[in-house]
Design a protein around this ligand. Structure first.
Ligand code: NAD
Length: 272
């Protein structure tokens, strides 16, 4: 790839909510070329044109079930399958073929995520639980607030997503929790409280509580509360459509196509 050529992308999960938008907006981006589209084996739309599945004109790119068959066409593989085992497979294929990688899938166990990150480090990769510019800035703002406010300001996170979301709490809520823990030199696994029910007793001052709501078609709102005595700070991000997430992932794909191997975050892409 020379610097004037568009970055070729292969979208994994191409018939999904995010995948269809990645194909639809990716094809309109002069810096990108949609070179392939992958869906789960047995998906009813396998063989159909990805452009049509995305709701537009044909692209000449059929949905296929095996990334390894088409990966050589890709500068960057983008995975939004939402299935950690599939993401691991796609990561392995991208590494073997020397393609870059953008991972948006969330819901990994700690062991799966560690394995995926170790593999992804062997190529150029961007991994983010949320590709929006606003959430990337929110994570930085939350770190700063956690450092500015002393530990008497207790932290809680509330998120709401659409009723079809499979994992809870959201990867973004966990990333926000980890940012608070890191800023306060806490171990996130010990501090995180993901459910409260019954006689749970008084709140430990070092808890980072996370609550997940699921309703309707909410794209994803996150509120971080720092509650002190007599006052409270709330930092809120609301995704009004998936477009901000998709545009961020496409921006990451164009950016990472020209980087040395390593795992990058969205703040690296934005230079913040
Ligand atoms: P979705 O269920 O609408 O789409 C996922 C698609 O992947 C489906 O069409 C499914 O058939 C396909 N798929 C499953 N297994 C596959 C395989 N082995 N190979 C190829 N395709 C396969 O889900 P969605 O709402 O588009 O979300 C997908 C994932 O992205 C979720 O984990 C979600 O949490 C995450 N997400 C991340 C961000 C972010 O900014 N990082 C934003 C939105 C969603």
């Amino acid at each position: 790839m020379t610097s004037s050529e568009p970055t070729s992308i292969v979208v994994c999960g191409a018939a999904g909510r995010m995948g269809r938008l990645l194909v639809g907006l990716g094809r309109e981006d002069a810096g990108l070329r949609v070179a392939g589209a992958v869906e789960a084996s047995g998906h009813p739309r396998i063989g159909e044109d990805a452009g049509v599945v995305a709701g537009g004109a044909p692209l000449g790119v059929p949905l296929v079930a095996d990334l390894s068959a088409i990966c050589k066409a890709a500068d960057v593989v983008i995975d939004f399958t939402g299935v950690p085992a599939a993401t691991l497979t796609h990561t392995r294929v991208a590494v073997d073929r020397g393609a870059g990688l953008v991972v948006g899938t969330t819901g990994f166990t700690a062991a799966e995520e560690a394995e995926m990150r170790a593999l992804a480090a062997r190529t150029r990769s961007v991994i983010a639980a949320n590709f929006s510019v606003g959430v990337t800035a929110l994570i930085e703002l939350v770190s700063q607030a956690a450092r500015l406010l002393d530990a008497s300001f207790e932290s809680e996170i509330v998120e709401i997503h659409h009723h079809a979301k499979k994992d809870a709490p959201s990867g973004t809520a966990l990333a926000l929790g980890r940012a608070i823990a890191a800023a306060r030199h806490q171990d996130f696994a010990t501090a995180a409280v993901l459910a409260r029910e019954g006689q749970v007793g008084a709140r430990r001052p070092d808890e980072i509580g996370i609550v997940a709501l699921r309703a309707g078609d909410a794209v994803g709102d996150h509120t971080v509360v720092f509650g002190g005595l007599g006052e409270r700070i709330e930092l809120v991000h609301r995704a009004q459509s998936r477009e901000c997430l998709v545009r961020g992932a496409l921006r990451a794909a164009a950016w990472v196509g020209r980087r040395p191997a390593g795992v990058y975050a969205m703040r690296d892409v934005l230079g913040i």
